[in-house]
Design a protein around this ligand. Structure first.
Ligand SMILES: [Zn+2]
Length: 63
């Protein structure tokens, strides 16, 4: 499975969880190094695109 596909799956899963449990909202982060966006419900991991760790900025919350 390609990295892009994993990212899409994560977003789909996050959206599904958000619909099931709106209280436990997910957050979107964007990599400061490469601009890659991820959606997680916890602290973001190492960037899957550029490998940078801990350089995320919060983006708009999904609704
Ligand atoms: Zn990155």
């Amino acid at each position: 499975m390609a990295i892009d596909e994993v990212g899409e799956k994560v977003e789909e899963l996050a959206e599904a969880v958000g619909r099931l449990d709106p209280i436990r909202f997910v957050r979107e982060f964007r990599c400061l190094s490469c601009g890659y966006g991820i959606v997680v419900n916890r602290e973001p991991p190492q960037c899957p695109m550029c490998g940078t760790k801990g350089s995320w900025e919060p983006a708009a919350r999904l609704n």
